[in-house]
Ligand binder design. Structure first.
Ligand code: KMH
Ligand code: ZN
Length: 281
């Protein structure tokens, strides 16, 4: 079976310091998380940044410092969020792309997000895609709802997006598609040909959907952005969530992708095909 890419989303924009002591706020803390999650088996890190007081920021200098800290301590694929936090402008959301991360997210449509609205109109998506293209950044398509795949295909037909791409199904946001095995299977069936995929289950569905994806041959996202608990009432660290997925994958006979193997699977420059990597060692 193809090696499993484990993405970790350690920060997000919705989590606050009074919910968990494990939230990485400073660039130095993000660098330390990167080292720990790579040691645990992650290949890709999805990055949001915070100010020292925990508030959200897309400030390019904060991202520059975070990027440097992650690079100094890991060779994880670095993927910036262009979702940022609810209410940020498209220009604010896309500003860190100027640092040329290997990847960045593109949410493929507007959804209710709890009591708020996460705005991703076609003009917003076209703006972010144009910035990604200008900066040479590979998108990961974030699919929160069933219609988002059709939006991505519409953007591709208009010439704003090349397909296939890597797709992440984020299931369980209140206002988006429920986190269920049925919905995941239905989403995977509807994927445009050639796309790779991962799943990020929200809350207590993180683990069941991760296990399902491992068995289906897809990839997995875990981390505090989506789920702060290891088990009922017990707060998790990011590296524990990664380590648990590694153990489950071992039981199911699925090898874990190194960052360079993940680069090859995701068709990023610098990748080393899993077979070639194995021959080298
Ligand atoms: N914070 C959410 C509103 C992304 O990173 O691209 C959006 C989000 C998606 O987290
Ligand atoms: Zn995010």
């Amino acid at each position: 079976m193809e090696p499993l890419i484990i993405t970790v989303a350690p920060v997000g924009a919705e989590l606050s310091l009074d919910q968990t002591p494990h939230l990485a706020v400073t660039p130095a803390q993000l660098g330390a998380v990167a080292a720990k999650v790579q040691a645990a088996g992650a290949a890709l890190i999805h990055v949001h940044c915070r100010n020292d007081d925990g508030s959200n920021t897309q400030d390019i200098e904060r991202f520059r410092a975070a990027f440097a800290a992650i690079r100094a301590q890991s060779d994880l694929i670095v993927q910036f969020s262009t979702g940022g936090a609810i209410g940020m402008s498209p220009a604010e959301r896309s500003a860190p792309l100027a640092l040329h991360p290997e990847m960045a997210t593109l949410t493929c449509g507007t959804i209710n997000f709890g009591d708020e609205v996460f705005e991703n109109s076609f003009p917003i998506m076209r703006h972010i895609l144009a910035e990604m293209q200008r900066c040479g950044v590979t998108p990961e398509l974030e699919i929160f709802d069933r219609g988002h795949l059709a939006n991505a295909q519409f953007l591709a037909r208009q010439g704003h997006l090349r397909l296939p791409q890597h797709v992440d199904f984020v299931l369980g946001v209140p206002g988006g598609l429920d986190a269920s095995v049925e919905n995941l299977v239905e989403c995977v069936r509807a994927l445009p040909p050639g796309c790779t995929w991962s799943v990020a289950g929200i809350g207590r569905m993180q683990l069941p959907l991760a296990v399902t994806a491992i068995a289906m041959g897809g990839h997995v996202r875990v981390g505090l952005e989506d789920n702060i608990y290891y088990s009922k009432g017990r707060l998790a660290t990011n590296e524990e969530l990664v380590a648990r997925v590694v153990r489950v994958a071992a039981e199911l006979g699925r090898p874990i992708a190194t960052p360079d193997e993940a680069r090859a699977i995701l068709r990023l420059p610098g990748g080393v095909a899993p077979e070639a990597a194995r021959h080298r060692s």
